[in-house]
Write a protein that binds this ligand. Sequence first.
Ligand code: MG
Length: 119
Amino acid sequence: MVGDIYNLIDEIVAFRDARDWSQFHTLKNLAASLSIEAAELLELTQWKSEEELELALKDEDFCSKLSDETADVLIYVLLICKKAGIDPLDAARQKLVRNEKRYLLDKSRGSAKKYTEIE
Ligand SMILES: [Mg+2]
C-alpha cells in the first residue's frame, strides 16, 4: 500500500543511502539522534503552561514546528527499526498486548500509576 509505514521506511533508507550516510548510522548514533530530536520536541513545550500549550496547538507556526520535530523522532525510530530488524507495527502491537495485561481496565482506568505500583 502506497503511503504505509513500510514504504516510508524505504523512502527514508533511499534518502540516507543516496547520501552515503549509512556509515554514520550505528545503533548508538541513531539512539542518540532519537533522544536529541525528542529533546527538540520537548523544547517546544519548555517554560509554557498547560494553558499556553493548549493555545499553541491552535497556532500554525507552533504546529508546524511540532510536526517537524515529531517527524524527526519518527524517522529515527524507523531507522532504528530498520537497523535492528524490528517490525515497528508488530513491535507496537505486541507491546499493546503486554500493556493490556499490565494495565487491567478495572485497576488502571483513570489512574496514572505505573503497572508496578498498581495493586
Ligand atoms: Mg529536529
